[in-house]
Write a protein that binds this ligand. Structure first.
Ligand code: MN
Length: 267
């Protein structure tokens, strides 16, 4: 156990071959996780070179239910692989990109909104893996065990869906079409646009409706429901039958969460 345990971060100095290093120790009890910040400085021919780094540590959020909780509609094995392997992989690669960018403390949701502001060589990594992390974090929350909450949209959200799409059934039809017609990998979305209107959209790969300059302006908005139609989301159980997966998925939509997100997005 380091002498810094249970104490505030503490600078320690080391010197090796003329290179003076200052190491900031933060104890595990202080940060809950042990991490460190290093700064190294050296003076050579009158110039001062200083570098510092903090490792990015975005961690995989736990599933809000057991992997088998969505059965029979979504099987436990698919959920385990999807969360433990696919989502974890987006996070590992996002952390690598954040470290390369020196943005260890960046908020992924904020970062993906303006991909074009990032250095070109990291844009695709943040777009794919930042998008993957944000999309999946929301996706787990938009599902819940069948019968554990409202069976459909209620209140202000139901009224708005009806006035926008004609009926709840028409909305589900439109959303299902967006999901089934998405060529290759991607997502179907219900978004709240800047003017407060609802829209059904679809994006390729891990693109998210908040990504300015990536998603067409007309499709920009705050997602309040999304469906992952990558084959990894359904292939073990549904094989090539994506429409069957979409039909079954409605049984596990967490309408309470959707209503909450709709209220936050001020529909
Ligand atoms: Mn996925």
């Amino acid at each position: 156990m380091s002498p810094a345990a249970n104490r505030r971060p503490e600078w320690r100095e080391e010197e090796t071959e003329g290179l003076k290093k200052q190491i900031l120790w933060i104890s595990s009890s202080y940060m809950k996780r042990r991490s460190f910040i290093t700064t190294a400085s050296s003076i050579a021919v009158g110039s001062l070179v200083t570098t510092s780094s903090v490792r990015a540590e975005i961690v995989l959020p736990a599933l809000p239910y057991a992997p088998a909780a969505l059965e029979p509609h979504i099987d436990a094995e698919t959920m385990s692989i999807h969360h433990d392997k696919h989502h974890a992989s987006y996070i590992a690669k996002l952390n690598d990109a954040l470290n390369a960018l020196g943005k260890s403390d960046a908020n992924a949701q904020d970062l993906i909104k303006d991909i074009s502001a990032l250095p070109v060589d990291q844009q695709m990594a943040v777009r794919n893996n930042g998008g993957g992390h944000v999309n999946h974090s929301m996706f787990w929350q938009w599902m819940a065990p069948a019968g554990s909450g409202p069976s459909g949209p209620e209140g202000a959200l139901a009224v708005k869906l009806q006035s926008t799409f004609g009926s709840i059934e028409d909305f589900k039809k439109r959303f299902g079409e967006a999901a089934s017609k998405r060529f290759g990998s991607g997502w179907a979305w219900l978004i709240v646009k800047a003017d407060g209107k609802l829209a059904v959209t679809s994006t390729a790969n891990q693109d998210n409706p908040t990504m300015k300059g990536v998603v067409p302006d007309a499709d920009l908005g705050t997602p309040i429901l999304g469906l992952d139609v990558w084959e990894h989301a359904y292939y073990l159980k549904y094989r090539n039958k994506r429409p069957d997966y979409i039909t079954a998925w409605w049984n596990v939509v967490n309408w309470a969460q959707v209503a909450k997100d709709a209220a936050t997005a001020k529909i």
